[in-house]
Design a protein. Structure first.
Length: 692
């Protein structure tokens, strides 16, 4: 349903496209062919009519004066952001010719780079995936946000599965673990507040005293990367006080070698005093948390991805995921854990039909198999050809992402994108830090201008998005751009003619999703049990929660790459741990250029505890330099007890061009990976801070 330019007021069903667990159902009001208001759908239970500040400003983003609305060709040096407009035919012919020439030598030298700039199944990996599979390009390992925790959860439960969002309202104790829910999971927070008003106890577990911590009864400010030690201490207290549900564990948790008996013995080696020394919190606080969690039911954990962005993030997520199995919290619909619900959609999605991996081209008679980890793009763009690595990357096509701003160790990322011999194409709404390095920029549509369909990772509803207005200027959907490139490159398979409506229909299996109801209402709920693991039946090989998958080690606390325990000399030079949680009014690097939101957020800041500030002669508002062996980042300091002693909070992710020196906090992060999931360790970073 597309609004025309008549004076009639129309309301169109939409879905928020951004990388957020809430995946809100939208109502888009159009008058005289222009979007005048975006609001939450009051009938959609998770959204219940409310939107975050960011998405309520979506029309401001779509109609932004700096929106890229014509194809652009670079005329300045890479990174300068100097372009001239060109026509679509010239732009597409240029891209197709360059990619064809590279593919003739080795298509693996071409790399797609994308993530969750849109979470839509159509404008994300549908026509784009078909195009790159048919081309035989390198595959991208999309790890940058959640794969450590996601792989750990799947190994434990058999999938990325969890509680229903609405049932948190009935919980009696809620552990908000590694999440600033007020800023990043607003609709969970409304249900947690309902529980709080009904008498539930709320604990916030986070190194930073967030806005969420302010509203919880208790805040446990552990050191970054010590969540696994805390989980083991909680298990210790569950065992010694008899708070383990022995019946549930015996029937529904892995036994035998590598199972619960082995983990029980490990937990008994972690009394609260040992964990307190590692986590930097009082032992009595750990005991109080364990008492509430072990004795109040139903008990629920809202785990988020911040805690797994450290070396031991995967092991920590495994241990935390086992806690509700030990207490039998899964018996109740308001008990258990939610990290991600995306696994519930897996059976309903038809990824093979949408993405067509069968198109993967052959290279010397074999299916192309090189995979590049998006989290090490800085190193990989600078690698030469070798038998182990394969061909040097000669072209990058970026869509739904801004790697120059968001990828770790950004000095190397910038150096890679500034290579004169690298051909870079960016599909974008604005001239982001990455677009500034492009040879060709192609204008993409926003969510208000194209068709899409969505799952979620914070609730269990399928949503549809219909275009509310025609594309502005010469903008085109991602699907149309890749469709046109496929035609120019001679890809004549029938699937490249599928329009967006066909793609949206192919995304969901009719046996699982009522397409008619979805079209009419804009959302439908998956048919799932209210208490999915009340009687076990985890989708693991034996139906039990898995403590130790075959070939894995028993879960344990794994210390950070950069900490005094592992690297004492490094810690002596750089004694402050740094985390880089998102600024409240941005979503990753999205919305940074929306002036109304940037004015609220202010400017790039680092929060530093008064004790650490006094020792360094730092005052609020002063420009400081954060530095380590990887580089230096200058911003203003905010002396605040939101930072715990020994930890600084470099709020992100600002575009580099808005930084004092054209850098952001990722100048300091490294490319070493997590224990599980091949993910980045953004919050595993040592620095020093000094007056600039």
């Amino acid at each position: 349903m597309l609004a025309d330019k008549s004076s009639e007021s129309r309301t169109i069903h939409g879905a928020c496209p951004h990388d957020c667990p809430d995946t809100c159902a939208l109502r888009v009001q159009v008058e005289q062919g222009r979007v005048v208001r975006v609001s939450g759908d009051p009938d959609h239970p998770p959204t219940h009519g409310a939107l975050c500040t960011k998405v309520s400003r979506y029309p401001e983003r779509t109609y932004h004066a700096e929106r890229v609305l014509t194809p652009l060709r670079r005329v300045g040096a890479k990174g300068e952001g100097r372009f001239e407009p060109i026509g679509w035919d010239e732009a597409l012919d240029t891209v197709a010719a360059r990619l064809s020439a590279i593919a003739a030598r080795d298509p693996r030298a071409i790399l797609p780079y994308s993530y969750a700039g849109t979470m839509g199944l159509v404008q994300g990996e549908s026509m784009a995936a078909r195009f790159f599979h048919r081309l035989g390009a390198s595959l991208l390992d999309r790890t940058i946000c959640a794969s450590a925790g996601g792989d750990a959860l799947a190994a434990t439960y058999g999938g990325k599965l969890g509680m229903h969002l609405e049932h948190f309202a009935e919980s009696r104790v809620i552990l908000v673990w590694g999440s600033n829910s007020i800023a990043s999971n607003l609709h969970f927070w409304t249900f947690a507040q309902q529980a709080k008003r009904a008498g539930a106890v709320l604990w916030c577990i986070d190194p930073r005293r967030t806005e969420t911590a302010d509203k919880c009864h208790h805040h446990l400010a552990l050191r970054p990367g010590t969540d696994g030690a805390l989980a083991l201490a909680l298990m210790h207290e569950l065992v010694v006080h008899g708070w383990v549900d022995e019946d549930y564990v015996a029937r529904h948790v892995q036994q035998g070698e590598g199972g619960w008996p082995a983990l029980r013995e490990r937990a008994l080696q972690w009394p609260p005093e040992r964990a307190a020394a590692v986590c930097g919190v009082p032992a009595e606080q750990i005991r109080a948390l364990a008492r509430d969690y072990g004795t109040l039911e139903p008990a629920a954990i809202r785990l988020n991805y911040g805690m797994q962005r450290v070396h031991g993030g995967g092991n920590a997520a495994r241990l935390i995921a086992l806690l509700p199995c030990l207490t039998g919290a899964w018996r109740h619909r308001a008990g258990g854990l939610l990290l991600s619900s995306s696994g519930w959609f897996k059976a309903a999605r038809d990824d093979a039909a949408l993405q067509r991996p069968d198109l993967l081209a052959t290279h010397h008679g074999q299916r192309s198999s090189r995979t590049i980890n998006m989290s090490t793009i800085g190193d990989d763009l600078l690698r030469e050809s070798s038998p182990d690595f394969g061909p040097r990357i000669e072209a990058v096509v970026v869509y739904n992402s801004n790697p120059v701003a968001v990828a770790p160790e950004s000095a190397k990322v910038v150096a890679g994108f500034r290579r004169d011999d690298l051909f870079t194409v960016v599909l974008e709404h604005f001239l982001t830090d990455t677009a500034d390095h492009a040879d060709i920029v192609l204008p993409a549509t926003t969510q208000l201008e194209h068709r899409d369909t969505h799952g979620a990772y914070g609730h269990t509803y399928v949503l549809d998005n219909h275009p509310a207005v025609a594309p502005l200027g010469q903008a085109r959907p991602n699907t149309a751009i890749f469709r046109a490139l496929a035609e120019r490159m001679g890809f004549n398979e029938p699937c490249f003619a599928d329009d967006d409506e066909t793609l949206a229909a192919q995304a969901w299996k009719p046996s699982h999703v009522d397409r008619a109801a979805l079209q009419e209402r804009g959302w439908v709920k998956l048919k799932l049990p209210e208490a999915p693991f009340a009687d076990g039946a985890f989708p693991t090989p034996d139906g039990r929660a898995c403590v130790t998958p075959s070939g894995w080690d028993l879960p344990d606390h794994v210390p950070n790459h950069e900490c005094a325990e592992v690297a004492p000399d490094l810690a002596a030079r750089y004694p402050l741990a740094m985390i880089s949680p998102p600024a409240r009014h941005f979503l990753n690097s999205t919305f940074v250029n929306v002036k109304s939101l940037r004015s609220v957020e202010g400017e790039p800041l680092v929060e530093i505890h008064p004790l650490d500030a006094e020792a360094r002669g730092i005052a609020s508002g002063q420009v400081v330099r954060l530095f380590n062996d990887r580089g230096e980042y200058r911003c203003k300091a905010e002396v605040s007890t939101r930072a715990r002693p020994g930890v600084v909070n470099g709020l992100g992710i600002w575009w580099r061009k808005f930084g004092l020196d054209g850098t952001n906090v990722n100048q300091l992060t490294h490319q070493r990976l997590t224990d599980i999931g091949r993910a980045p360790s953004f919050y595993d970073c040592l620095v020093e801070v000094a007056p600039a």
